[in-house]
Design a protein around this ligand. Structure first.
Ligand code: ATP
Length: 329
């Protein structure tokens, strides 16, 4: 089923204990795209996802699917699929029945159930013949994540809600599943809202990123936009690495890859500062040089193979005006 446009309008949610998790959130998740909610622990990402799913009722505000107000509808009437962090697979059921669950609830005829479960398992890269009859506790962590994803997809949702679905997996498996998620999204056309606190995951997977802080969305844009034009120092430091230096009328944000180390007489920059090398850290394709400048530290990311100074060296760092941004806060 093709995706719908998801809009959250002025959503407020206070839990019974008194915590206000959402303080008037506005969000637009375009149809058939992957929108990521990115933010630190406790900023309200999961709560917003649950409100979109219909698992939590907002105190104020509305949720619209293609313009239709679904705020009062239960999850089963929203055509959503979701995977939360704990996966909540049924340990006593085999893979086939775990995936079939949502279809059995809808009382679909057996041949239809078999056809759709096979389709969903193949979509997530699990051979139905090989895995269908296995118990879920006989699967690896990555395979269990695939089962959870298949279970969400089997109902052909127009909105797929994923809350850190690949948490606790090792880096390579996670990268592979992220690529597969993008393929699945393209094949199904579903609108995906994806929650993570991991900026790399957000960069890998998103068409659009909504950065959240303290129950509010503080910036929305495509990954390049948010990276190149962070709205404030919080976004700059949370999404990608940033040098944030006090300046006139705000803070100056410069990404480490835009910082140059200048040799004697070298020019081509608009700003230059002298300092002393504090540390040099090898990180695969990049080498990070930490330079102490007037009580602040400036990080420069140099491509591997570039001339690298040593700890204690006196150096000059610089950058051009177009690579620096002045932000508030
Ligand atoms: P994380 O990345 O750690 O999962 P999050 O951004 O998803 O965090 P939420 O789970 O939405 O954040 O929580 C937002 C705030 O609401 C937190 O302060 C949390 O303690 C509180 N909260 C979440 N669920 C409940 C609940 N059921 N009852 C009371 N407070 C809750």
């Amino acid at each position: 089923m093709p995706g719908v446009e998801v809009i959250a309008e002025g959503v407020v949610k206070t839990y019974s204990g008194g915590t206000t998790a959402l303080r008037g959130v506005d969000l637009e998740a375009p149809r058939g795209r992957i929108t990521t909610l990115l933010g630190p622990s406790g900023c309200g990402k999961t709560t917003l996802l649950k409100v979109i799913a219909g698992l939590e009722r907002p105190d104020r505000g509305r949720i619209l699917f293609d313009g239709r107000d679904v705020t009062g509808l239960p999850p089963e009437r929203r055509n959503v699929g979701f995977v939360f962090q704990d996966l909540a697979l049924f340990p006593h059921l085999n893979v086939f029945e775990n995936v079939a669950f949502g279809l059995r609830v809808r009382r679909l005829p057996d041949p239809e159930v078999r056809r759709r479960v096979r389709w969903a398992l193949e979509l997530v890269g699990l051979d139905p013949g090989e895995y269908g009859s296995r118990r879920v506790n006989q699967l690896s962590g990555g395979q269990q994540q695939r089962v959870a994803l298949a279970r969400a997809l089997v109902v052909e949702p127009s909105v797929l809600l994923l809350d850190e679905p690949f948490a606790h997996l090792d880096y390579k498996i996670k990268q592979r599943l992220l690529l597969e998620l993008k393929r699945i999204q393209r094949e199904t056309g579903a609108t995906v809202v994806y929650v993570t606190h991991d900026q790399n995951e957000a960069m890998s997977v998103s068409h659009r990123i909504a950065v959240m802080r303290d129950g509010l969305v503080v910036q929305v844009g495509d990954p390049v936009e948010v990276y190149e034009r962070p709205a404030n120092s919080f976004v700059a430091s949370f999404f990608g690495e940033a040098n944030i230096l006090p300046g006139e009328g705000g803070f100056i944000v410069v990404r480490p890859e835009s910082v140059r180390l200048l040799g004697p007489g070298e020019d081509g920059v608009d700003y230059r500062l002298a300092g002393v090398v504090d540390d040099v850290v090898f990180q695969g394709p990049l080498v990070y040089v930490y330079v102490r400048v007037n009580g602040s530290t400036v990080r420069a990311a140099l491509p591997r193979g570039a001339p690298t100074p040593s700890v204690g060296d006196r150096v000059v760092v610089g950058w051009s005006r177009r690579d620096a941004r002045v932000v508030a806060e």
